[in-house]
Write a protein that binds this ligand. Structure first.
Ligand code: KIV
Length: 279
């Protein structure tokens, strides 16, 4: 049980939308990052399946398995306190049959400590959302650019520019709301469409590359911290350049060891100790 008094819950997020309070969300894949994000006051921590490409070296999110997700969810759970902990359901762990979806989501909750799960898609996953709720697992939706559909979509592109696509996304958002999701991620969606969806659904929208009118924002934490070696997507704002700093430190270490500057020569730390014992 979380001891934090102001623990973020799914109903708290809906209340925040009603009060016009913006929701903050970031991904995390390990315990120290989860601790750091909680200390910073982040409302929702997502163990994204982006762990596949951000941390595990896969090309995209498709290969990551439920067991790999579980490993990271457990780690994040150990570092999490106040934030709502949401776990992504990996590709093919929920689409085929609702019972299997419940079993898999159940593992993320029961063994991993997740407090909610996120699944990608609209009308086609609405029955799964209902089944998950039947076994008491809150669900976050995900529309727009859904990375698990990268091959069908033909790449990582903005979704909803064409009127038909925009119309379908709005309908999907309403269907997800009706099925009972507590929030919807809108990824790479034109700002005006994201604003319209945000106005027309009662649950919060969490945008990533979807403009400023969403009820909240989410980013991949490694993008925000500047930890990635590839340039981040255009919509990302980098708040730090930790990769450059880490590279500088690692190079300095290599140089110091090679030149005998680390560890410090014996007399550098013996002298003060000897001096201290004389006094
Ligand atoms: O996997 C992930 O990190 C995500 C967010 C970017 C929304 O789905």
């Amino acid at each position: 049980m979380n001891k934090t008094a102001d623990k973020v819950t799914t109903s708290r997020l809906i209340e925040m939308k009603q009060k016009g309070l913006r929701i903050t969300s970031l991904t995390a894949y390990d315990a120290p990052t989860a601790r750091l994000l909680n200390e910073a006051g982040v409302d929702v921590v997502l163990v994204g399946d982006s762990v596949a490409n951000v941390k595990l070296g896969y090309e995209n999110t498709l290969p990551v398995t439920l067991d790999e997700m579980l490993h990271h969810v457990r780690a994040v759970r150990r570092g999490n306190s106040r934030a709502l902990l949401v776990a992504d359901m990996p590709y093919l762990s929920y689409e085929l049959d609702s019972r299997e979806a419940c079993r898999n989501a159940g593992r993320l909750v029961k063994e991993g400590g997740a407090e909610a799960v996120k699944i990608e898609g609209g009308i086609e996953v609405a029955p799964v959302v209902k089944e998950l709720l039947r076994v008491n697992i809150p669900v976050m939706g995900h529309l727009g650019l859904t990375p698990q559909a990268v091959h069908k979509l033909g790449g990582y592109k903005v979704r909803g520019r064409k009127p038909q696509e925009a119309e379908k996304m709005l309908t999907d958002a309403k269907i997800l709301e009706g099925a009972g999701v507590f929030a919807i991620v809108l990824e790479c969606v034109p700002a005006e469409l994201a604003a319209e969806i945000t106005r027309k659904v009662s649950v919060p929208t969490i945008g990533i590359g979807a403009g400023s009118a969403c009820d909240g924002q989410i980013l991949v934490v490694d993008d925000l911290l500047g930890l990635t070696d590839n340039p981040p997507p255009k919509f990302v704002r980098r708040y730090a350049n930790l990769r450059d700093e880490a590279l500088r430190a690692a190079r300095q270490y290599v140089q110091d060891v090679q030149e005998g500057a680390f560890p410090a020569p014996e007399h550098a730390y013996r002298q003060p100790i000897e001096a201290k014992t004389k006094n």
